[in-house]
Design a protein around this ligand. Structure first.
Ligand SMILES: [Zn+2]
Length: 115
């Protein structure tokens, strides 16, 4: 969850603070790369989050029901609680992954801008 260009500056403000979980820096504190290239840029991150958490919870649910013999109700409650617990992490990870798809790692340019 660092800047895709320099991999030094953090994408998000206040890591693991629940109230400010979604606040991102507008620009990289290290190399001033733009973290919001266009309005609605992170819309696609929603699909990343959906795919990652969907598969994760399907696997966890299948393991709990068929592997450990849990009831369906207990599994749904457990997966629901797990969803709440990892929501911020999934949000941040998806946004980080999304911006890394589009911004290339370029330490030379990052160093040039920083100095
Ligand atoms: Zn940077």
């Amino acid at each position: 969850m660092t800047c895709p260009r320099c991999r030094s500056g953090k994408l998000f403000k206040q890591p693991y603070n629940y109230e400010n979980a979604y606040k991102m820096h507008e620009r990289c504190p290290h190399c001033s790369a733009n973290f919001e290239p266009e309005p609605g840029f992170y819309f696609g991150a929603m699909f990343i989050s959906y795919i990652l958490t969907g598969w994760l919870f399907i696997v966890i649910g299948l393991v709990l029901v068929f592997g450990l013999g849990w009831s369906v109700t207990a599994t749904i409650i457990t997966v629901g609680l797990l969803t709440i617990l990892i929501h911020n992490l999934a949000f941040r990870f998806s946004r980080s992954l999304w911006i890394h798809f589009f911004v290339k790692y370029d330490p030379a340019q990052a160093k040039e801008v920083a100095s």
